[in-house]
Design a protein around this ligand. Sequence first.
Ligand code: GLU
Length: 478
Amino acid sequence: MTIRVRFAPSPTGYLHIGNARTALFNYLWASRMKGEMILRIEDTDFERSRKEYEDAVYEDLKWLGIKWNEGPDSGGKYGPYRQSERLDIYKEKVDSLLREGRAYYCFCQQDELEKRREEALKTGKPPRYDNRCRSLSQKEIDDRRARGIKPSVRFKIREGELRLTDLIRGEVVFDLSLIGDFIILRPDETPTFHLAVCVDDGLMKVTHVLRGEDHLSNTPRHILLLEAMGFRPPQYAHLSLIMGPGGSPLSKRLGARSIREYRTLGYMPEALVNYLSLLGWSPGDDREIFTPDGLERVFSIERVIKSSAIFDKDKLNWVAGQHLRRLTGEEYLARAKDFLKSDGDFLSVFKGRGDKWIDRALLLFKDSIVCFSELKVKFAFFDEAAVIEDKGILENAETRALLAEALNFLEAEKAFNEGTFAALIDSLKKKTTLKGKALYHPLRLAFTAKNEGPELVSLFPLLGRDLCIKRLKEILRK
Ligand code: GLU
């Protein structure tokens, strides 16, 4: 049997960490099992769905390296793959269910339903629909229609319980008496999410549904509906939710950014994919760094955990750093430049600099950044207008004397090359009694305006003679 999975986003916003992980797990598993992946756009919420978000889904998935075999853009034999283009198909299925007595018209109005729900809650009953329109006679139906009331269509839930073996959670039992008959077609004849998902999973021959745990409570409805339509329900695997540290809901502050935001920050896609893969899955040993190909070889649903995954920004950054360190210098430069290219303002710091300088300056930060946008901050080292972080340190007499010596040396030393820094340090050690931090820190602060940064010996030649002299003079003038 060929495994068929689907990723079914609703284009009502940008792809976030949670759906990206769902897409990734589907993709990895389909790849590992040599199966097929479907991309289905669930855009039946006409008010909130936007073409712009749909386009962003394609773009973001492609950027992550997630591929699909069938989808709205690539076609396939079970299309169309955009739900808004399948309305006739849904309507037809509803007609059959009505004919077979598996569904019925419901004329209850929103305000009545709300009132009954509140009453049920007050009296401790399950706040489900009370199935009252199930028993309407044909005459009652005709009367209501004659009064111009547009019905919705509800699906009849059977009695008893439903057992399901979830591939991640094991056996889950649902008490069907807690679930009321639910709407599958709205009064305006548009399908609800439940109907569209089931019709599509059935017709598209989906064999496995890997989706977020937030859909677990929908699954008994889906199984019953699929069966009623004559489909064999797929197997389900519900992925635990992603939480913030300590089990709090994942907020933006804790890292719940969209994939797009991470991309704009210059995270590398393979790093993000690696980190997403660890949100609920592990290889069973202590390996944590994987290339996308490596993941495709080892990913399995059996190793997806039941408990919630914790999104940890620091861990993401660690993983991202590991991927950056693994790049060769050449690869790193190509990717850094490609990222920086999109920022015209930033590029002005490169003006008048030769290619060699640019490469050396970029390489200086290869081991300390986690995403390429950090380079913009790092390049403040070369910003002539940078404000000294900790002026106080440079104010005592001893330090001023040191800086004055440094200035003398640099002004006298016309050549400025790789050896200049070592010569400067030698000379300062002879002329002052300072050494270690007392020597290097004021120099770092004076030359770079910052308390910390890459090795001064590497940074110094890139800062250049003029900038170093200029900064020393400014400090000493005061
Ligand atoms: N469109 C649904 C969502 O974005 C997914 C439904 C499903 O996976 O069954 O949550």
